[in-house]
Design a protein around this ligand. Structure first.
Ligand code: SIN
Length: 314
């Protein structure tokens, strides 16, 4: 049986990063190498049926809605081709969990859409990108695999659970209590949990610059009421249509936010809460609406899509 075709869409990140001093894994610039160079750096990929496309070239801390819109359209294009088994997206690690959630909610693909990344730049003497790319391809070619998956260090994480939990270690990603969906070992995929499925909401059609503004505001000790009010007023003045308060514990919110939140709601701004706890999410009802186990950054995506798509995400 011929090896199935995979489309690799590159967006930048450390996986495409370069240091000026060879072997410097700390001081480097992300998004320097093109997708053809990333593929060429993996000898095992020679002769494999691949198509490659450079969708963007950025450090993912600077990810934009415009790139997401374009990326989602290019993913949808390739996934709809019968001859394509799956799509791999190379991405920065810093906002990978947000992009994963965005693609899951907008596309909910019936084929594997695998994001991969690296913690060391491509110039590192022990770069992790090549193995991660190889593993991501194995996952994208695996019969039966489906949905948006984040493949790093031999683990495939689901789009709701994936978190970047460490700032520098190779093994930076985890799925918390849920655990990975699958393991990739020597090119073999071992499925542990059901593949992530969902209902595709579709990609918002409006110009990305016009997508509803939703921002995250953190709740923490020592917050002054005046500061909270000023932040919310500034957000509303800048056109915010939604706020996600990154709360403490089980989504608890400092009382200094109370007046500002009430004023925002009175102005028609939707306010959700999430938790800064890495595990557990928010459980129970009462108080502000919450997005259960999503991180605050993912809840921002969810609320933005809900507003952009007229309530379809709720
Ligand atoms: C980025 O997120 O683009 C830079 C950091 C990384 O990929 O590890």
């Amino acid at each position: 049986m011929p090896t199935p075709l995979v489309a690799i869409l590159a967006t930048g990140g450390t996986i495409a990063g370069a240091a000026t001093r060879p072997g410097d894994d700390a001081s480097y610039v992300a998004a320097q190498f093109g997708v053809a160079q990333l593929i060429a750096a993996v000898p095992a990929l020679a002769g494999r049926p691949l198509e490659a496309e450079q969708v963007a070239q950025l450090d993912s801390k600077d990810m934009t809605h415009a790139v997401w819109q374009q990326l989602a359209h290019r993913c949808a294009h390739h996934l709809a081709r019968p001859e394509v088994a799956g799509v791999v997206v190379t991405h920065g690690t810093d906002t990978l969990e947000e992009t994963a959630w965005f693609l899951h909610r907008t596309l909910a693909p019936g084929k594997p859409l695998v994001l991969t990344a690296a913690m060391r730049p491509a110039t590192s003497i022990q770069a992790d990108g090549p193995q991660n790319l190889l593993d991501a391809l194995a996952l994208a070619q695996h019969a039966g695999a489906r949905g948006v998956l984040a493949c790093v260090q031999g683990r495939a994480h689901g789009p709701a659970d994936v978190r970047k939990r460490h700032g520098s270690r190779l093994d930076a990603f985890a799925s918390g209590e849920a655990g990975p969906v699958a393991l990739i070992e020597q090119g073999q995929v071992r499925q542990l949990r059901p593949w992530p499925v969902g209902t595709a909401l579709g990609v918002p059609e409006a110009r990305a610059a016009d997508w509803p503004a939703v921002i995250v505001l953190p709740s923490h000790a020592g917050l002054a009421t005046g500061m909270a009010q000023a932040l919310v007023q500034a957000a509303i003045a800048q056109g915010a249509r939604g706020l996600v308060i990154e709360g403490t514990g089980n989504g608890t919110v400092h009382s200094a936010w109370d007046g500002a939140i009430a004023a925002a709601q009175a102005a028609g701004v939707t306010v959700w809460r999430a938790t800064r706890c890495q595990d557990g999410g928010v459980v129970g009802e009462g108080g502000l609406p919450h997005a259960q186990g999503l991180s605050a950054a993912q809840a921002r995506v969810e609320l933005m899509l809900d507003k952009a798509l007229g309530g379809a995400a709720a």
